[in-house]
Design a binder for this molecule. Structure first.
Ligand code: NAD
Length: 372
């Protein structure tokens, strides 16, 4: 198969879809790999490293898209890339369709096959979301702490406190991959952490593994309201796979919080779990509503690009090789995990929650049927 990796064009997105190690693995499996000139530089990877791994460097994004049967990326195609997508082309990347109707329509119109990292599911695990959730989770505690400084617009709290002065309180909504990593980092910084989830088994697990400064709480409206009243940082990390995030923190809740507190909506890529969230970028990461600082960067791991690129490739390569070696249909027939990642197929939606999000059930097809 001809496999292409264009440079990312989203604001401050420095990750890249294929590392030289992954390029070598694809080449050794008999595939041809094209990378865009300079595409790895944001992750401190040179063109030379790709050439040594057997990849061919092409000058522009249109050349890479045109040469490839399968595109391996990081972020969803942006408007400038819509016209580069080709009928029947397999695009293997994050899409987060439920938060983006325009992207959904563009992918349907171009009749690509969209294999979305975020819904590939192996048992209860989302293996291609997990590495980025680790990064974003750890980072969310750092970003929340950073903006608590008075000089960054916050309440002027040193997160870990000092002798005789209490540390900050961190509330985390959702105790999955993001929430757990946020909790470990916030706890390690010495803050007092409360983590809310609706999954009893997950709460049990958190109870067993978390340090003493982390408390697990069942997520219901009363516990949420009580927790946020004393929170200095609230981190949004809930997920209902493939669907829009539920709006747990509403506008009226902001008035109950202390001015200068920080909310970090990591779930913003699925529409956000705070009512007042809207996506921000690394160049302008925050804005203020009702005296509460909102940090809602949709591609947080882009800031720690090299770590993130290698962590992502460790997870995507296995499934990428299955897709390239067998073709998307056979790979999906053999792997339930990949079948669940199939979001659009040649003009039809094949992921029910996406069709439901936009009232497009008339254009929904069972993924099992399209790959049969
Ligand atoms: N902004 C970014 O750069 C970035 C990076 C990585 C991940 N994310 C996003 O972060 C979100 C969380 O990802 P994850 O990997 O942790 O998912 P996950 O599936 O591991 O965890 C989600 C958790 O939310 C819990 N949950 C569901 N409904 C809830 C509710 N009402 N109250 C409390 N908890 C609830 C679930 O039980 C689960 O434990 C996703 O939207 C993901 O796309 C964003």
């Amino acid at each position: 198969m001809k496999i292409g990796c264009p440079a990312e064009i989203k604001n401050n997105e420095n990750r890249v879809g294929i590392t030289p190690n992954a390029a070598l693995a694809y080449a050794q499996a008999g595939h041809e790999v094209f990378v865009q000139k300079g595409g790895g530089l944001g992750s401190a990877i040179t063109d030379d490293e790709y050439v040594k791994a057997g990849a061919k460097v092409l000058a522009t994004a249109p050349e890479v898209w045109a040469a490839s049967d399968m595109i391996v990326k990081v972020k969803e195609p942006l408007a400038a890339e819509y016209k580069l997508m080709k009928e029947n082309q397999l695009v293997y990347t994050y899409f987060h369709f439920a938060a983006d109707e325009e992207l959904t329509k563009a992918c349907l119109a171009s009749k690509i096959v969209a294999m979305a990292y975020e819904t590939v599911q192996d048992g209860n695990i989302l293996p291609l979301l997990k590495p980025m959730s680790e990064v974003a989770g750890r980072m969310s505690a750092l970003m929340g702490s950073f903006y608590l400084a008075k000089t960054h617009g916050g309440r002027g709290l040193l997160p870990m406190g000092v002798s005789g002065v209490a540390p900050a309180e961190v509330v985390i909504l959702g105790g999955g991959s993001v929430g757990t990593n946020a909790a470990f980092t916030a706890a390690g910084l010495g803050t007092r952490v409360t983590i809310l989830d609706v999954n009893i088994n997950r709460l049990e697990y958190l109870h067993d593994v978390m340090p003493a400064n982390v408390t697990g709480l069942y997520s219901d409206p009363v516990n949420l309201e009580t927790s946020i009243k004393t929170a200095d940082i609230v981190i949004g990390a809930v997920l209902i796979p493939g669907a829009k995030a539920p709006k747990l923190l509403r506008k009226e809740h902001l008035k109950m919080m202390r001015p200068g507190s920080v909310i970090v909506d990591v779930a913003i890529d699925q529409g956000g779990c705070f009512e007042t969230s809207h996506p921000t970028t690394h160049s302008e990461p925050t804005y203020v509503v009702d005296d509460i600082i909102h940090y809602c960067v949709a591609n947080m791991p882009g800031a720690y690009a090299r770590t993130s690129t290698f962590a992502l490739n460790n997870a995507t390569l296995k499934y990428g090789l299955m897709l390239a070696n067998k073709g998307v249909e056979a790979a999906c027939r053999e792997s339930e995990a990949l079948l669940l990642g199939l979001n659009t197929y040649k003009g039809a939606i094949t992921f029910k929650a996406v069709a439901e999000a936009f009232g497009m059930l008339n254009n929904y097809k069972d993924p099992r049927a399209v790959v049969a």
